[in-house]
Design a protein around this ligand. Structure first.
Ligand code: 2RA
Length: 335
């Protein structure tokens, strides 16, 4: 097992859950260290009932560290993680910076564990909206290759970090009281609204978040030919992203076949009974590590089409859980 594990960015929205998971799942290591920006360095934290202090992240922080789990802004990951690799650590990165670099493995453990085990450098965890979609695609892809995907997302404010959640709460309160609110992260009002932009303009009228869903999915499934058209929308939901997904496969997959394949796949749970109003919703997916699917039905507009609804806790399987699962996988094989 790893002797020394360093968690970078443990005070952020995802970082906090990484700590919870390492505790809950009793991740084995002799020593844990917690690295942060100069701003939080020196502040206290409690982990496994022990007191720790955040140490400032520098290029020399990684000496003697076997495993790094990092959840930081892109520029921090870009600057510091190469030093961790250089120091000989296994590195799991939650940021968006390294994912599409050719030498970097992009991993969802239920789909491509070998990519993590063979990685020479950084192992990246995908963007939250990609992870839940690609996990739900995999059991279907194994029945018949997926040629095309149309996806619309309904993404929670927690995806924009702790300040995203504060913006949602405070702007909703202000709106109900007829007061003005000065947004910290959102460029458009999120209270009682839907914003069809996540990230910046990337290409051909698509945003960075939408192109992440295209490029990361292709890389994880190892299929550069899948056609993916994503529309990413921020909605005033606290936590858990939802996605409406329509796929077109080489040969048709019936809803019954799909339901069976989803149910048998690790990390996926089916909640699907329209008659009795049973389907996944952000409301009841919060705090869970599963990817939930429901509303599974034939795409009545295409003979090879299938449509379903997919919900997952974006901070957990969409980020922290996936990173910790990669760590557990590496740990199992670490000599
Ligand atoms: C979001 N996908 O929801 C982003 C977070 N990485 O904004």
């Amino acid at each position: 097992v790893f002797k020394t594990v360093a968690v970078v960015g443990a005070s952020g929205a995802v970082g906090r859950i990484i700590l919870e998971l390492l505790e809950e799942r009793e991740f084995p290591a002799e020593t844990f260290r917690f690295l942060s920006s100069a701003r939080s360095a020196g502040t206290d934290l409690v982990f496994k009932n022990q007191d720790y202090v955040f140490e400032e992240l520098t290029k020399d922080s990684f000496k003697g560290v076997d495993l790094v789990i990092a959840s930081t802004p892109d520029d921090t990951a870009a600057e510091f993680l190469p030093y961790a690799v250089e120091a000989g650590a296994k590195v799991i990165d939650e940021s968006g910076y390294w994912r599409m670099h050719e030498e970097v493995a992009l991993v969802v453990p239920e789909i491509n564990p070998e990519a993590a085990l063979n990685a020479k450098g950084i192992i990246a965890s995908p963007n939250c909206s990609t992870t839940q979609m690609v996990l739900a695609m995999k059991p279907l892809y194994d029945i018949s290759p997926i040629r095309r995907v149309i996806v619309s997302t309904y993404q929670a404010t927690s995806g924009a970090g702790l300040v995203g959640t504060e913006d949602l709460i405070h702007s909703s309160q202000a709106r109900l009281q007829g007061e003005e609110y000065d947004y910290k992260v959102f460029k458009q009002p999120i209270a009682f609204n839907a914003i069809p932009q996540i990230g910046s303009h990337k290409q051909d009228g698509y945003t960075s978040e939408e192109m992440k869903m295209v490029n990361e999915t292709r890389k994880i499934l190892g299929d550069p030919n899948i056609m993916i058209n994503a529309t990413c929308v921020r909605i005033p939901v606290w936590n858990c992203h939802s996605e409406s997904i329509t796929i077109e496969t080489e040969t048709p997959i019936s809803p019954e076949q799909a339901r069976e394949a989803f149910a048998a796949f690790p990390g996926i749970e089916v909640i699907d009974d329209l008659e009795t109003g049973q389907y996944p919703m952000p409301y009841n997916s919060d705090g869970s590590d599963e990817v939930y699917v429901g509303r599974i039905r034939k795409d009545i507009s295409h003979p090879n089409g299938l449509t379903f609804w997919c919900v997952s806790d974006n901070l957990r399987k969409g980020a922290a859980t996936n990173a910790v699962q990669i760590a557990e996988l590496l740990n199992k094989h670490y000599k």
